[in-house]
Design a protein around this ligand. Structure first.
Ligand code: M6R
Length: 609
């Protein structure tokens, strides 16, 4: 959480930093701040609340210089006030920090005993003191940083300026993301690529505990023994245009509409068009995959829902038993990793702290890991044994949409691949699913064209305080995902339930004020059962909104409102059923006037436990 950026070069440094912070705001928006080296002094300006507040503050106070750092905060230690906003300054040192210093209280106490005084409630301020302390005892900038960070426990990505060092700054990290962007006579650091992709696509990564000394001409990377490390750069394919709204009111809406393209990009390069078979080059030489005895799928939030769909797919298509676990639970429950266990961590950002830790736990116990990630060079992608990249492109809206459907697409491909490898999936079945998958993007496009039909439903129900979402089988996780979407962007309480469970508790909630959104595509084994659940809801005056299939004449009689989807095989239906649920949440949030792309209390990538 939190976004950091640093720049040195001839551009307007304030401009570069503010623009970068705008692109990082999805990581946290409790406060923002900048520090710019103006002549031989460092000026720090910060503000509580969103970046727009900082911009207002800077309107009459343009800081000009060639070197600066910036921060957008998701508060962990200390309330979201201006005092707690970054950058934090102590003496000669000014820093921005993403992460959590777990032993900061202990460090703070010992520094206070030495006479250090603190003005903020943050863990970060301790780091500035530690660096200054090392400076005071005669160490140079690089050694002072090394000494200071060696005392930290937890996670950090840091941008560090010193007033005595007007021509360079330092970046370092441990367990928090940080990329270096290289340009001609200008260099950047940032928490994520979108912050700098307008200026450079040449990226280097930094390993944990390495120290990067950044000057206008180059970046020199030192390992933890302060030996110079040669690190080559590579070009990212994300372009500046991909991080623009392109006329859409919100990134979320744009990203909902990008799903056909994202799915095509994710699927097409992995299908052999002449045979309609799956090719997963990334896994081609992994012989262990033909004898996997158990699969464990790990993720958080929306990625956790993708895992739940994945369980259905892998068990159905590859006949391998699958466990699904929330990453935050897995790592603490002494999990059993049998020989030939395949662990699949799923993460859009590739930086979710819980998923990273869960994956490392599994690796430590001998599992083979194949990550499904969207962000190249992310920590999970780099730490897994193998990685399958989704090609969703940058997802900026905090509410995940295209990342989810591309994760599902990758799970279809992986299930087919595992089924082929272990000989459990008949060839004709693989062909059928592949052909069905290839038909999905145009079907989604046809659904996107009709989404406005849902606006009437939103108008009717946006004032309700609670929603119930029901689904069964492979669409049960979709009910959970629909409820999560509504909760996070509209702040309406919503619960997802397996429809068969309704009579075991949630039915008590149903009355004439409770909309019940039911995911009921035709062709499922449990369709008739769902109709019984709907009858039960109607008998209690529940208001039923049905996500149904075109041509289904029986379900509408139990519904107050319906949205119809084109017919597709049940196994593929989640790729369609989730689309109206994403839009329903969006449209309700817009009516309520919430901040759709940056909903309160949330951050796009959760890099703390
Ligand atoms: O980057 P990740 O996929 O690991 O993120 C996992 C969750 O934090 C994320 O899906 C979150 O639940 C979204 N806000 C949901 O829309």
């Amino acid at each position: 959480m939190c976004g950091i950026i640093g720049y040195i070069g001839d551009r307007d440094v304030l401009e570069v930093i503010l623009e970068g912070l705008q692109r990082l705001e999805y990581r946290g928006y409790d406060s923002a701040g900048v520090a710019v080296m103006t002549g031989d002094d460092l000026e720090v300006v910060k503000s509580a609340g969103k970046l727009s507040n900082l911009r207002d503050k800077l309107r009459d106070r343009h800081l000009s210089g060639r070197l600066g750092i910036g921060h957008t905060r998701w508060a962990t230690h200390g309330k979201p006030s201006e005092t707690n906003a970054h950058p934090h300054r102590h003496g000669n040192i000014v820093i921005v920090h993403n992460g959590i210093v777990e032993n900061y209280l202990e460090l703070k106490r010992s520094l206070m005993l030495e006479g250090h005084e603190f003005y903020s409630e943050t863990d970060t301020e301790v780091i500035a003191h530690l660096i200054q302390r090392a400076f005071d005892t005669g160490y140079d900038f690089v050694h002072a940083v090394k000494i200071a960070v060696s005392r930290l426990e937890g996670s950090f990505a840091l941008g560090i300026l010193a007033t005595s060092e007007p021509d360079r700054f330092i970046a370092t990290k441990r367990n928090s993301p940080l990329v270096i962007g290289c340009g001609k006579d200008e260099q950047f650091i940032a928490s994520d690529i979108p912050a700098i992709v307008n200026y450079t696509r040449e990226i280097k990564h930094l390993e944990d505990d390495e120290i990067a000394v950044v000057t206008r001409q180059k970046v020199v990377i030192y390992d933890r023994n302060l030996e110079i490390v040669e690190r080559s750069s590579h070009n990212v394919t994300w372009s500046p245009i991909m991080v623009e709204k392109l006329g859409y009111k919100h990134f979320m809406l744009k990203e909902i509409h990008e799903q056909p393209r994202a799915l095509i990009d994710t699927i097409m390069e992995r299908v052999d068009k002449s045979t309609n078979r799956i090719i997963l080059e990334e896994l081609e030489n992994v012989s262990e995959l033909s004898q996997v005895s158990k699969v464990v799928l790990l993720g958080c939030g929306t990625a956790g829902h993708a895992c739940m769909v994945g369980k259905f797919l892998i068990e159905k298509l590859a006949r391998i038993p699958v466990e699904v676990d929330l990453s935050s639970e897995y790592r603490y429950r002494d999990p059993i990793v049998l020989p030939d266990t395949l662990v699949v961590p799923i993460s859009q950002s590739g930086e979710t702290a819980d998923t990273l830790a869960a994956m490392n736990e599994a690796k430590g116990r001998g599992a083979i890991t194949v990550a499904i990630c969207n962000v190249i060079d992310s920590t999970i992608a780099r730490s897994a044994d193998h990685v399958l990249f989704t090609h969703a492109g940058p997802e900026i809206g905090v509410a995940s949409t295209k990342a989810f459907t591309t994760q599902l697409a990758m799970l279809y491909l992986l299930s087919l691949y595992l089924g082929r490898k272990n000989g459990k999936l008949p060839l004709e079945h693989e062909h059928d699913i592949v052909l069905g998958l290839l038909r999905i993007p145009p079907l989604i496009s046809s659904v996107l064209d009709r989404l406005v039909e849902l606006d009437n439903i939103s108008h009717r129900f946006f004032h309700c305080r609670d929603f119930l979402y029901l689904g069964r089988g492979i669409n049960y996780p979709i009910a959970l995902e629909g409820a999560l979407k509504l909760k996070e962007i509209s702040y309406i309480h919503a619960e997802g339930y397996a429809a068969g469970e309704m009579k075991h508790g949630p039915i008590a909630l149903i009355d004439e004020h409770m909309p019940v959104v039911v995911v009921a595509p035709m062709g499922s084994r449990t369709h008739e059962k769902i109709l019984s659940n709907l009858e039960e809801a109607k008998a209690r005056n529940g208001k039923v909104i049905g996500i149904i299939t075109e041509g289904d004449h029986s379900t509408p009689q139990f519904c107050d409102e319906v949205f119809s989807l084109p017919l597709c095989a049940e196994v593929l239906s989640p790729l369609l059923t989730v689309i109206p649920l994403q839009y329903l949440a969006y449209s309700i949030a817009v009516l309520l006037g919430t901040d759709v792309d940056q909903p309160r209390n949330l951050a796009k990538s959760v890099t703390v436990e």
